[in-house]
Design a protein around this ligand. Structure first.
Ligand SMILES: Cc1cc2nc3c(=O)[nH]c(=O)nc-3n(C[C@H](O)[C@H](O)[C@H](O)COP(=O)(O)OP(=O)(O)OC[C@H]3O[C@@H](n4cnc5c(N)ncnc54)[C@H](O)[C@@H]3O)c2cc1C
Length: 418
């Protein structure tokens, strides 16, 4: 069987491993625009911070990759797919025939079209090369402006602060991490980051990046200028669907896939940031561009391509961060509708000196649908399992959770959650 995988990151690599596990004689061809072996994008900011060496970014050793017996074409940009002739085209003019094809092209960072955005020190952060270029110009005492207050922006801010830069984060909304956290949790994180010298400017837009030949400042809508030697734009991501727009694939924001991660085209699958797969909490297909969803989808798509019929249980938003020792985990729905049967319970276990400790639970009736933990994140596993169980919980169990003491829920979990 001849498999062609487009993409070599979380979804592509896990799919390749899954296929090889099922099919020892498979011909597996991987086409990737990247020039590096599979690496963790999530860790790149820790590399930028100096917390880990470059070698720790790579997902598999050379020996493990060799054992997979993949034919990998690096620097190969795919430009189209013809489902009738079962062929994938590369921009270079090459073409690759497939029996089964996986599209795992991920997403690209959204760039800003404002005056000055083409200056050489203006970056987005998606690829290892972006990090290498940023690393080459960071130096203690320099100033950086990060546009956007999402996960990648804050991870970048952390890295630059650790490198001794003066860092400003400009957010157009009224809170940081607005996709991942409710307002209270975001405020706790904001206070913590400000204590570590981060300047956070909320409710502001950047109207221009100023400088002749080089970045010198960032202009805000208020008229104020922030001095800058470099700018990182963190305005979210967009799925890499462009090469497939005329292929006959059903594409909304991403490529639509069913519960087996099949697209509408025969023997063509999609997984990872490029795919709109089932979301178990929102009960619809939607984008969920995070690492654990990409690896799970890759693994299941690969297994199904090689003959199994596994069902994807559905994505769930989940993120964990650690900034200067403050841990935060958010899972599921954290900003629910304000009307019944939705309800939230917020508990400050400690606020003041030291790290804050905070818990938010989100309920739909008696069923747990989401949570945020700040400070002490030990309960995350139990709470996640309860969300996955998706069952109404009894009052004593809800009460135990409400008080931030879920260990007595373990017998229930053992009995009810596989
Ligand atoms: C700095 C940063 C920090 C992050 N932190 C976290 C985090 O803390 N937690 C978390 O859950 N997620 C995080 N993410 C998101 C996470 O990295 C992504 O969800 C994950 O990488 C998605 O994997 P993927 O395989 O779907 O796609 P990608 O990782 O985007 O990889 C896409 C692959 O497709 C290839 N490709 C794309 N277009 C083409 C083409 N036309 N032809 C050939 N090949 C192509 C690329 O070369 C690449 O190999 C972070 C991302 C970044 C950038």
């Amino acid at each position: 069987m001849n498999y062609v995988l487009v993409g070599n990151s979380a979804a592509g690599l896990f799919a390749a491993e899954s296929i090889r596990q099922q099919d020892s004689s498979a011909e597996i061809t991987v086409l990737t625009a990247d020039t590096y072996p599979s690496y963790s994008r999530c860790l790149t900011t820790y590399y930028m911070a100096g917390d880990i060496p470059e070698t720790q970014l790579f997902l598999r050793s050379a020996e493990a990759l060799q054992a997979l017996r993949l034919t990998v074409h690096y620097g190969c940009s795919v430009s189209g797919l013809d489902p009738t002739h079962r062929v994938v085209f590369a921009a270079s003019g090459e073409h690759y025939s497939y029996d089964k094809c996986l599209i795992a092209t991920g997403a690209s960072a959204v760039s800003l079209e404002i005056p000055g955005s083409t200056l050489p020190e203006v970056f987005t952060l998606r690829h290892l090369d972006d990090v290498q270029q940023i690393k080459a110009i960071v130096a203690p005492g320099r100033q950086a402006v990060i546009i956007g207050g999402g996960l990648v922006s804050l991870k970048s801010a952390y890295a630059l602060l650790k490198q001794g830069l003066k860092v400003h984060v400009v957010v157009s909304s009224g809170q940081i991490l607005s996709q991942m956290l409710n307002e209270e949790a975001a405020k706790l994180l904001q206070e913590h980051l400000v204590k570590h010298s981060l300047n956070i400017v909320l409710n502001q837009d950047v109207t221009a990046i100023e400088g002749i030949g080089h970045v010198q400042a960032v202009r805000l809508r208020s008229g104020m200028n922030l001095p800058a030697d470099l700018v990182i734009v963190g305005k979210g991501v967009r799925p890499n669907t462009q090469p497939f727009l005329t292929s006959g694939l059903t594409i909304r924001q991403g490529i639509l896939v069913n519960e087996h991660l099949e697209t509408n085209l025969p023997d063509v699958y999609a997984a990872g940031d490029v795919a709109e797969a089932w979301d178990r909490l929102h009960q619809t297909q939607r984008l969920n561009p995070i690492w654990p969803n990409a690896t799970t989808q890759g693994r299941i798509a690969g297994a199904n391509m090689s003959g199994l019929a596994l069902t994807y249980p559905g994505s769930m938003g989940m993120n964990a961060v650690d900034f200067f020792g403050l841990r935060i985990i958010s899972v599921g729905i954290v900003k629910p509708p304000t009307s019944p049967p939705w309800r939230t319970e917020n508990l400050y276990l400690q606020h003041g000196s030291g790290h804050p400790t905070y818990q938010r639970l989100v309920w739909q009736g008696e069923t747990l649908k989401g949570f945020v933990l700040v400070g002490n994140t030990e309960r995350a596993g139990t709470l996640t399992a309860l969300i996955q169980a998706n069952q109404p919980l009894s009052e004593p169990i809800r009460n135990t959770l409400r008080r931030g003491k879920p260990s007595s829920v373990l017998p229930y979990l053992r009995a009810n959650v596989s």
